[in-house]
Design a protein around this ligand. Structure first.
Ligand code: NAD
Ligand code: MG
Length: 396
């Protein structure tokens, strides 16, 4: 085999970032960590640097960068520490990086992920918010470059695995009727509706099947995660919102399905462990060991399916509406959700107010066409201002 592929891990200290490093470390002859980035958990990043000895590390600001640089130099590491969004974009687009794992959470990942796309990398997309915000522009940047985009979100990775290799010809052309996007339903699937008002961040973050970062855990509890994934699926697979059906499947063993016109339904199954889609996307079209144990169907026993309850999960309806409206609507939905989720995690609002804030923001501001990145970023900023003003008005 030729030299190891050089991997940049954006968001290396997060749940996806650490799972990526775990898979990469199992294949030292195949992959080498080129760059790692973190935002606030610099002590974690320091440990990652000691373990993987990357060429670059990126932190939030110059002060953190100087302190991490001094520590690493004392340990005899030649890792160069960069700071800020400029540093993130630099390691994402660096000529020597072959693969970029986009695993920053939220809108903060947009520019670095786009930089990787524009530089023609193999981009492993976990940061769904980036695609939700900038959809058409993101996909155009992909067409304009030599980049290869591989979905990490378990559902989209599953759909990708169930589609024929020439799916880009179009859903109808390759005989696809519908995409069946599975959802666990999160920790509150069966909670009495009256109790939803008083759930805590700890309850929301205790996902029954997956261990994830706090923001996506809250999104899973509100099913906004499924809403964002619906928008993500529309862009990735060139589907219309009505061609994507959400199916609640509490066991999270089927990661999603593709329904063909001849009546065949193809599904991808596995234990709920993100190292499977990560390993798949790293090695595609080959297969490598991921560290995930074999699926024991006899232990799983049964697979259940339900329709999603939109009264319980209004965020799902809001996301579907944003997908249908298009333009800057998904960017506003995402930004309002980010503000609301943060306020919920800080115990400033109730869980049920997340949807109220997003609904309010989408009602206040009309969607406009997203012709350039500035249109998207303006919509993002405007939605944050509106969401903040909701918090002010309600004394939070
Ligand atoms: P996490 O909170 O565990 O980690 C987030 C990472 O992003 C951290 O390394 C953090 O330092 C970095 N980060 C946060 N804010 C930043 C900022 N402003 N600037 C630069 N870096 C910043 O999140 P996660 O669960 O690993 O999720 C990461 C992304 O992957 C999200 O978009 C999420 O939706 C997606 N995803 C996660 C899972 C999962 O199982 N965790 C599954 C599917 C998709
Ligand atoms: Mg997912």
């Amino acid at each position: 085999m030729s030299r190891p592929l050089q991997i940049t891990v954006l968001g290396a200290t997060g749940s996806i970032g650490l799972s990526t490093l775990d898979v990469v470390a199992r294949h030292p002859r195949r992959y080498q960590v080129f760059a790692v980035t973190a935002f606030s958990r610099v002590a974690e990043l320091y440990k990652v640097c000691l373990a993987h000895r990357p060429r670059y590390a990126v932190v939030a600001d110059e002060v953190q960068a100087r302190s991490l640089q001094a520590q690493l130099s004392l340990d005899g590491l030649t890792t160069q520490v960069l700071a800020g969004e400029g540093g993130l974009c630099e390691v994402a687009a660096h000529p020597e990086a072959d693969v970029v794992m986009a695993a920053i959470v939220g809108a903060a990942g947009l520019r670095p992920t786009l930089s990787a796309v524009q530089a023609g990398k193999r981009v492993l997309l976990a940061n769904k918010e980036a695609l939700v915000m900038s959809g058409g522009l993101f996909m155009q940047a992909l067409r304009d470059s030599d980049a290869v985009l591989l979905p990490i979100d378990s559902e989209h990775n599953a759909i990708f695995q169930c589609l024929p290799s020439d799916y880009a010809r179009g859903m109808a052309e390759v005989g696809v009727r519908r995409i069946l996007l599975t959802a666990s339903g999160g920790p509150f699937r069966e909670l009495p509706l009256v109790d939803l008002e008083s759930v805590t961040p700890e309850q929301a973050c205790a996902h029954p099947n997956w261990s994830m970062g706090r923001k996506i855990s809250v999104d899973s509890a509100s099913m906004m995660n499924k809403g964002l994934e619906l928008i993500e699926a529309c862009w990735l697979f060139d589907a219309k919102p009505e061609q994507v059906e959400v199916v609640v499947h509490p066991q999270s063993v089927i990661h999603s399905m593709v329904d063909y016109v001849d009546g065949s339904v193809l599904a991808q199954l596995g234990n709920p462990d993100m190292r499977t889609p990560i390993a798949h996307a790293l090695a595609w079209p080959e297969r490598i060991e991921s560290g995930v144990s074999a699926l024991d169907l006899l232990r799983v026993g049964r697979l259940d399916f339900q329709a999603p309850d939109e009264e319980r999960f209004p965020c799902l309806r809001l996301a579907r509406q944003a997908a249908e409206v298009g333009g800057t609507s998904p960017a506003m939905l995402n930004a309002a959700n980010e503000v609301a989720v943060e306020a919920f995690l800080e115990r400033r609002i109730r869980f049920t107010e997340i949807a109220s804030i997003i609904g309010d923001v989408l009602n206040c501001e009309a969607s406009v066409p997203a012709r350039c990145l500035e249109d998207v970023l303006t919509a993002d900023r405007r939605a944050r201002v509106l969401a903040d003003s909701w918090l002010d008005r309600h004394g939070r």
